[in-house]
Write a protein of this length. Sequence first.
Length: 339
Amino acid sequence: MLEYQESNNSSESEEVRPFVIPAEDVEVLNASEGFCMLRNYLARDTSFCPSHNTCDPPTQQTWILQRDLLHALVAPVLALFTRASTLACAALCSSRASDLELAFGGDARGAFLCLQCFVDEEEDWCRTRGCPACVVSETLSTESHLRLTIAASLLSTAGVGAGSGGQGEGVEEGDEGQDDGQGQPSLPPLPHILPALRDALASDPFWGPDHWPYLLSRAAGLSKGIQALIKECADLEALVSSPSSSSPLSNSSRSAAPSVQRFSSHTAETEPKGARLKKSKLAKRQLRLEKEELELMRRVAAQCWARTCMTKRVRGELLGAVRGPGEEASRRRRSLTCP
């Protein structure tokens, strides 16, 4: 592995390898059982494109090493997004991609939206499919690639990521974790790529050294949102697997009434009283959303009836837009922030 990190001053070498991992960091990675298992799995499907197939063997091994490192970083985040999408579908009883964000809030919702948009456009890169050299080179192609890579590196060193099985999920993605049930090997923290990316950006003619602080701050915000997403996934897990949703009902009633069981507060009044449980933040948020939905439906119904069954003056009185005696109409004005 030491030969992979020998510096080459030629411009061709700088073009081939966008960033270089120090030899001591490579030794630490190779000492990890989980990382070696991941590399053995990824080595079963490694092929270079025609433009990179002519590289010398040490350079190709460098590409493969960096590809494996990227997979170890991004695969746990991709597994988390897949799990979050599944839980959101179960909680909302909807499979529409545009509805899934409603299951989350705050920083978790922003992180979910960011991952949803990025994975939809760059799923092949997230799964490190194709030529290893092309995958590694694409890391420096856009701000989104860099931000996710840096955020994944920060997340690998965070306590919440290790506690929630974030690194273990990366091994499970794509069947890498078939042997994970016995010894449960996990991936080590992966902060090694941060100095390499910083140096690569500083020497890149497009990015330059001034972009690193900005990208690091944006990535730190994304990492914070992903940690919040992990916590909200735990709440959704408890909601979806609650005893009320697994009661002995027929298949037809299970498919027709899960949303009523989860979001209706009227059914709880008819059930026999027992130990009082404190409502979680997610349950309180869902009750508030239910009230808002009922209010919006009431207003829509009132407006529909007003248009068909009421005169213009009566409709104006109900909508609060009728003129008073000697006064101008109190109509709602449009602004830049309120349409």
